[in-house]
Design a protein around this ligand. Structure first.
Ligand code: ZN
Length: 78
């Protein structure tokens, strides 16, 4: 009987540890996604000098100090 209780406790502990690990792993992924999303949204947004659409600075095209959403708009202003 003592042995049965022992194994029940071991299984319960293993189950609890598995659930805890799964939960902490999910939380880690969510935090990673949040950081990635935060990095994206914290990027400076620039307004296209031609159509006024906002584009991330990494995707904007520049002509002098003016930013454009695409090469067509940059060429249209030039
Ligand atoms: Zn544009």
């Amino acid at each position: 009987m003592g042995k049965l209780v022992f194994w029940a406790a071991v299984i319960a502990l293993a189950y609890g540890a598995m659930k805890f690990l799964a939960r902490s792993q999910r939380r880690g992924d969510a935090a990673q996604r949040g950081a990635a999303a935060g990095g994206k949204t914290s990027e400076a947004m620039l307004q296209c000098a031609h159509c006024g659409v906002h584009v991330p600075s990494s995707e904007a095209l520049f002509s002098g100090t003016r930013a454009y959403c695409c090469s067509a708009h940059r060429d249209a202003e030039a």
